[in-house]
Write a protein that binds this ligand. Sequence first.
Ligand code: ZN
Length: 103
Amino acid sequence: MTDQRNTSVRRWLKGLFLKRMHRMITCTQFEAFVLSYLDGELPARQRSVFEWHLRLCRECRDYLAAYKRTIELGRAVLGPADDSVPEDVPEDLVKAILDARGR
Ligand SMILES: [Zn+2]
């Protein structure tokens, strides 16, 4: 009897859960937002939808972890981002790059 009640409660919860799922993003959409999420550029509402998906989807948790590892690996290989210009770079070259950036 108790088992039967548990089963119907579980079924009801599952139905509720699946209804809410429609408002969620898909795994493909999740992947498209990963970079913005990591850069802290997602608006609060999108971020909460994103994090909700993250809580429920193991594949996307693994994907995000792998993504972060890839970024860390890239940083380790390329070194930290450094915007300062080495002293032996010709002044003309620096000026040309800055001009090109400004365009
Ligand atoms: Zn997912």
